[in-house]
Design a protein around this ligand. Sequence first.
Ligand SMILES: *Cc1c(COP(=O)(O)O)cnc(C)c1O
Length: 365
Amino acid sequence: MTHRVINFYAGPAGLPLPALQRAQDELLDFAGTGMSVMEVSHRSKEYEAVHNEAIALTKELLNIPSNFKVLLLQGGAHLSFGMIPLNLLRNGRKADYIVTGNWAEKAYKEAKLVGGDNVRLAGSSKDLKFARLPKAEELNIGQDSGFVHFTSNNTVEGTQWKEFPKTDKPYVCDMSSDIMWRPFDVSNFGLIYAGAQKNLGPSGVTVTIIREDFLEMCEAQDLPSYLRYKIHAEKDSLYNTPPTFGIYLLRNVLAYNKSIGGLSAIEANNQQKASLLYGCIDKHPGFYKGFVTEKADRSVMNVDFFMPTEELTATFVTETKKAGMVGLKGYRDIGGIRVSTYNAVSVKDVETLVDFMEEFVRKNG
Ligand SMILES: *Cc1c(COP(=O)(O)O)cnc(C)c1O
C-alpha cells in the first residue's frame, strides 16, 4: 500500500484519492492516444473533450445560469486581482472593496494600483485583526458602485461569509478557498474567481465565472491580449496553451464531486466536519481558544485556534505529524493551529484529529 497522510494543508491542499488514482491509471495512455494528457496537443479532440467537460461540470455543479461564461485561466488569484480592475474599471466606473483579511487586502491594494480613487474601501475589520467580518451597518457601499468585491472565505484568518454582504450591487468575489463548499445562487455575481489549489485541483488553473454584462464592460482594447477576459471568452479558454494537466485534474475532481452526489452532499460533509472541530474547541474553552470572535463568522474551511503556550502548540504540531496528520501549523502572522478542511478532507480524517485533540487536553490540560 502506498503511504498517504491525512492532509490539512491550506493550499496547495489534498485532492480526492479517486481523482488522483484516475490520473495514475490514465497517465501513460490517455484516452487511447498512447500519450499522457501532458503530451498531446491542446487542439486535439481528446484534450478538447476534457477541457469542455471541466467547463460543463463546473456549470452543472454550481447550477450556473446560461448568461455566464466559465473561463479556465492562469496566474492564480494574484493575476485576477489585477485583471479585474484593468478590465472592469473603465470610463470612470467605480468599485467598493470589503477588506476582511490578508487576501482581501491584497486584492484591494492591487485594484488601487490600477483604479486609484475609483477603488473605494467599503469596510474593513483590520482594526480587529480580521477576527470577525464587518457587520452590515459597518459597510459603506456607494450608490454609484459598479461592483462590490469581497472574499468569500478568509483562508488565513478563518472567517467566511455564510450570508453574502447586503447590497443591491453585483458582487465580484475571490472564492479561492471555498468555491463548491456548498450550492449557492450565482446570479448575483458579476464575476467569481478561484485559484484551483484549495478546493478544486492543483495550482495553475484559475476558474473564472463571468456574467455576460460584465464581459461586455471589458472594452479594454489597449490591454495586452492575455489580460482581456473577452478574448478568453471568445476563444473558450483556448486562446493560448491552457494548463492542460491542471485542467485534466480539475475535470477528475469535478467528476468525482458529481459522483458523490454534488454540492449538497459535499455541504453536509463540510458542516459535519466543522461542527466536530468547533464542538471540540468550545468544549474546552480553558485550553483551545478560537481565533474568530463571532461564531456566525467561523469558517467551515479553515479553523484557527490557539493553545495555552507556544510549547504546547509546537508539541501539538510534532505529535500530530507522528500520528500521520500534516499541515496544521498556523499561518506565520497569526500563529497557533490552522486546520484546513477543504472538500477532499473526509469526516473520518476530522474525527481522527478531534480524537487526538481530546487526548491532548487530557494529557496537557
Ligand atoms: C490562496 C489564496 C489566494 C492566493 O492565490 P494564488 O493562486 O497564489 O494567487 C488568494 N485568495 C485567497 C482567498 C486564497 O485563499
